[in-house]
Write a protein that binds this ligand. Structure first.
Ligand SMILES: [Zn+2]
Length: 442
């Protein structure tokens, strides 16, 4: 029998931010990766006593902080191919007159594969190691992510109306079940049911989604209360605010990832706390579309789990989680009038462990702890804009940018090494994106 050698990597960063329960920031510590998992976190001085490290690869990272990979909990990955196609417009004008017509003309399996490839490359380059998507052809998205080596949750989109992916709510649901079966064999991929929004999915499919979510124990990922207009229209048409309707359909529970959540009233926030709903905050998309404000400060005071998402690159227009963290922190202070709101620790949790909790993956990822999957990044503070370093955690939120991510590991595999993607051809991906632009523009 062939003895299978375990692959060991020892990382020695200047600082090691665990994002564990105590938010421990370690120095003079080393992290050992064995295959896909974190095997140990020990003092550098103890390394010589640790058996079996003779063959290990050692990565010494002076002036770097090692931290959990960032988790982007709301994206439409393939929409990167529509980045910058229509800007400076309100949500419904942007959707009805620009995005939906472009999608119905151009979206097909190849569009998804090429768009997802662009997104995944941008994300890994910028420190994201896991994302939660919602779009057409989730089967293509899942396969592309597994092949490229990024962790992802494929959102199984459901709508009432026909698109290139399905013709009716029933067909969306039956395709969702088929994709769940298909991606079971992909170790990096999980799934979520993704009804698009309260105004695009009617009661019957929503009831079925609530039932499937509880039977299969998978999350539900949905845009909710994106704008005041959405709420006003719902009240006009149904007599109920969207969140009240979803409550009656048994969707408010810890499996729900409610994206955007602007214009919440006090009663709704209380109900979200009671039911354990996860909120996905997309500050830059909300600002750019002038959608409204998610009351992050109040939600955090109620101990509601809030994570961060960029939304698609057509409404952000980048997939930079460092930018998103900083915008979330600044926006929360501005809205609440309290400079202590959304502090650096809360901002980093929103971009890491809180996302893992929302996805039901917090046993696996979201913090650097022994036994968890080795999903982590190193950020280089040796540059002008991040010197001197009084507080490395503050530096991450308020001074660093995503181009300072120099190393990234996903599932124990090094995906970014000394600023270079290890096994993804960025030049080829950019060429393909430019070919799509030429087609779409003409
Ligand atoms: Zn969205």
């Amino acid at each position: 029998m062939v003895q299978h050698m375990n692959k060991l990597t020892v990382i020695k960063p200047q600082w090691l931010l665990t994002v564990n329960e105590q938010f421990d920031l370690l120095t003079d510590s080393a992290l050992i990766i064995e295959n896909d998992r974190i095997k140990a976190i020990i003092a550098v001085a103890e390394l010589s006593n640790h058996p079996g490290l003779e063959q290990a690869e050692t990565v010494t990272l002076d002036n770097h902080i090692l931290m959990p990979g960032l988790i982007n909990t709301h994206t439409h990955a393939a929409m990167s191919l529509l980045r910058g196609i229509a800007d400076d417009l309100p949500l419904m004008d942007w959707l009805n007159n620009h995005i939906w017509p472009s999608e119905s003309k151009w979206v097909n399996r190849q569009f998804i594969e090429d768009g997802v490839r662009l997104t995944v490359a941008e994300m890994i380059r910028g420190g994201t190691t896991c994302f939660n998507d919602m779009y057409f052809f989730p089967d293509v998205m899942a396969k592309t992510c597994q092949q490229m080596g990024i962790r992802a949750t494929a959102g199984l989109i459901v709508l009432d109306f026909p698109t290139v992916w399905a013709q009716s709510a029933d067909e969306y649901l039956s395709k969702a079940m088929a994709v769940i079966d298909e991606v079971r064999e992909y170790p990096l991929i999980s799934t979520a049911l993704a009804p698009h929004a309260p105004y695009t999915v009617s009661d019957k499919p929503l009831e079925q989604i609530a039932m499937y979510s509880s039977e299969l124990d998978i999350p539900v990922h949905m845009h909710i209360h994106e704008t005041q207009f959405e709420i006003d229209e719902a009240v006009k048409n149904t007599g109920k605010r969207p969140l009240e309707r979803l409550d009656q359909l048994n969707l408010l529970n810890p499996s729900l990832m409610a994206v955007h959540m602007t214009s919440l009233n006090a009663m709704e926030m209380e109900r979200l706390e009671e039911t354990g709903v996860n909120i996905v905050h997309c500050p830059e998309s909300n600002l750019k579309l002038a959608s409204g404000f998610c009351p992050v400060d109040q939600l955090q005071k109620l101990n509601i789990n809030v994570s961060l998402g960029t939304d698609g690159a057509a409404s952000n227009n980048d997939l930079d989680m460092f930018g998103e963290m900083r915008t979330a922190a600044l926006l929360s202070k501005g809205i609440s009038g309290d400079a202590s709101s959304c502090n650096v620790m809360q901002s980093i949790r929103m971009a890491t462990i809180n996302g893992a909790k929302a996805l039901g993956l917090s046993e696996q990822i979201g913090s650097l702890e022994v036994g968890k999957k080795a999903d982590m990044i190193a950020v280089d503070f040796s540059q002008l804009n991040t010197q001197p370093v009084y507080d490395p955690v503050s530096q991450l939120v308020y001074a660093a940018n995503s181009l300072q991510v120099s190393q990234s590991w996903i599932n124990g595999v090094q995906k970014l090494k000394d600023y270079q993607l290890t096994d993804i051809d960025a030049v080829e991906i950019i060429t393909v994106a430019q070919q799509w632009q030429q087609k779409i523009q003409n």
